[in-house]
Design a binder for this molecule. Structure first.
Ligand SMILES: [Zn+2]
Length: 434
C-alpha cells in the first residue's frame, strides 16, 4: 500500500447491521472519465444526504475517501450482477490511509464479480466524500500454468506479461525512465487474503494507479500472487529491462529501487509458502543480475543521507505499515534465502561469517578495488589489516561500516583480519581483480 496508515477506523466504525435506503435521494452526478473509471464528489451536509444510492453501474473495484475520520457508523453495500448484496464492512480492513492532503480512505476494494449498485448510509457523517469506481472487464487466462515453473532456478522466473494481464485495459503512458537498481523494496497490497482471482486484482490495481493516482503505469515492477504466480508490473516500453524501470512505490524516492508487491494483507497473516518461494527466487535473480549484496546497505539518493538496506521493506524508507508486520518480520529470512540462492547461482556475494551472533560480510569479493564491510550489529572502531600471502602487512585502515572504501592494492590474493578493539572479528581471503 502506498500511503501512511495512521487511522484505524474502517473496520471499527463500519458495522454489519440492518440497512435501509431513504426515499429522499439527492441526485448524484457521476463523472465518467472513460470506460474504466468514474467518480463522484459529494458534500454530505444534512439529513437529506443521509444515504447515497448509485445504480445502473458496472464496476469491479471502488475506493471511498472522506475528509475527516468517521465519527458515526457508515454502512456500505454493493450489489453484483447476480443481484446478491455484499456488505462491505466485511471487506474493509481495519486500516485507513491518511493521504498527503489529510483525507482518509480505505484500501482499494476489489470484487471478483462486477458490481451494479452501491448503497451508502452515512449516519451522522458530514463533510466531503469522494467515491471512485473502477471497471476492469473480466478476462480469463491460464495463470495456473505458470505456477512455479522457474526452469533453471538461476534464470529470471516465469511470469505473466503485462501484455497478457492488461488485455482490454488502456495502455500505460510513455515516457519510461530507466534506473540502476541498488534497493529491492518489498510491499504488500493490503488487499484480500481470500480472493483468488489474482489477474482481476492486478488489473484493478493497475486501474487505480493509472486512473485515480494519475501514474503512467502500475507502480510496481513485479507482483506476486498467493499461488506463487508472478506478474510483470511496469511495462518497460523498450527503454530497459522491466526490473530496471523507475516505478512509483516508494513515497517519491523511487530512484535506484525495484518494487515487488505481494498480493494480500500481511499485517497479521504470513504470505503463503508458494508466494515466499516465488519472491525469494525473484529477488535472488535480481541480486545475481546486478551484483547486489543482499546484506549490505547503500545510501539512497533521496534518503537524507541515511543508509538503506539493499533488500528492504517499504516501511524502511517511508512512513507506512507496508509490507505488514508479519511479512516484515520474515524479511531477514527471505533475505538470507535469496542471498544463498544468488550465491549458488554464481554471485559471490561476500565472505560471510557469523561471530557472536554478528554477521560480517565483505562485498564484493573478488573486488575491483572498493569493498564494503557490513555487520548485523554495528561495531565501534573497526580496523582491517591486509597481508600479502607471504604474511607481510601490506595495508591497514580504519573504515566506516556499510560504506564502500578503496583498497589501494594491486591485483592478487590477500589475507585479511577485521579487528574491533584489538579482538579479531573475522579473517579470510580477499581477491583484488583490477
Ligand atoms: Zn508498500
Amino acid at each position: 500500500m502506498i500511503l501512511k496508515t495512521i487511522y484505524r477506523l474502517c473496520g471499527i466504525l463500519i458495522f454489519i447491521g440492518f440497512f435501509s435506503i431513504s426515499n429522499a435521494q439527492p441526485t448524484i452526478e457521476l463523472t465518467t472519465v472513460n470506460n474504466f473509471y468514474s467518480f463522484t464528489t459529494l458534500s454530505i451536509s444534512d439529513s437529506t444526504h443521509k444515504t447515497t444510492k448509485l445504480d445502473g453501474l458496472k464496476y469491479t473495484s471502488l475506493k471511498i475517501e472522506v475528509q475527516k475520520p468517521y465519527e458515526n457508523p457508515i454502512l456500505i453495500t454493493s450489489k453484483n450482477t447476480n443481484g446478491s448484496l455484499n456488505n462491505l464492512s466485511t471487506y474493509f480492513s481495519e486500516n485507513a490511509d491518511e493521504g498527503f492532503d489529510g483525507t482518509f480512505s480505505c484500501p482499494l476494494q476489489i470484487f471478483d464479480t462486477p458490481q451494479t449498485e452501491l448503497n451508502i448510509n452515512w449516519g451522522n457523517y458530514k463533510g466531503f466524500v469522494k467515491i471512485e469506481l473502477f471497471n476492469a472487464p473480466p478476462i480469463s487466462i491460464a495463470t495456473q500454468s505458470k505456477l512455479n515453473k522457474a526452469g533453471s532456478r538461476c534464470d529470471k522466473p516465469e511470469m505473466i506479461s503485462y501484455n497478457v494481464w492488461r488485455e482490454f485495459l488502456p495502455n500505460p503512458k510513455p515516457p519510461r525512465e530507466a534506473t540502476d537498481v541498488e534497493h529491492l523494496v518489498v510491499h504488500h497490497s493490503a488487499g484480500s487474503n481470500t480472493d483468488t482471482n489474482y489477474i482481476n486484482i492486478v488489473r484493478n490495481i493497475y486501474l487505480f494507479h493509472t486512473q485515480s493516482n494519475g501514474w503512467d503505469d502500475i507502480g510496481y515492477n513485479f507482483l506476486v500472487a498467493p499461488n506463487g504466480v508472478i506478474f510483470n508490473g511496469r511495462d518497460p516500453q523498450g527503454v530497459a529491462d522491466d526490473d530496471n524501470i523507475l516505478g512509483a512505490h516508494f513515497c517519491g524516492k523511487n530512484q535506484n529501487t525495484m518494487g515487488v508487491c505481494m498480493l494480500g494483507d500481511f499485517m497479521k497473516v504470513r504470505p503463503t509458502k508458494k508466494a515466499i518461494f516465488s519472491l525469494k527466487y525473484l529477488l535472488a535473480w535480481k541480486l545475481k543480475k546486478d551484483g547486489i549484496n543482499a546484506f549490505g546497505q547503500t545510501k539512497h539518493p533521496q534518503n537524507t543521507g541515511n543508509l538503506l538496506n539493499n533488500l528492504c521493506g517499504h516501511r524502511d524508507g517511508c512512513s507506512t505499515d507496508c509490507p505488514g508486520d508479519s511479512l516484515y518480520a520474515l524479511l531477514p529470512l527471505i533475505k538470507a534465502e535469496a542471498a544463498r540462492i544468488a550465491d549458488s547461482c554464481g554471485l559471490i556475494i561476500a565472505n560471510i561469517s557469523f561471530l557472536k551472533n554478528k554477521r560480517v560480510t565483505i562485498f564484493p569479493n573478488p573486488s575491483k578495488g572498493a569493498i564494503t564491510i557490513s555487520y548485523d550489529n554495528l561495531i565501534t572502531t573497526p580496523i582491517i589489516m591486509i597481508y600479502g600471502l607471504a604474511g607481510n602487512l601490506v595495508y591497514e585502515t580504519s573504515y566506516t561500516p556499510n560504506k564502500p572504501f578503496e583498497i589501494p592494492l594491486s591485483s592478487g590474493l590477500y589475507y585479511f583480519k577485521i579487528l574491533d578493539n584489538k579482538s579479531i572479528l573475522f579473517q579470510g581471503i580477499l581477491k583484488i581483480e583490477r
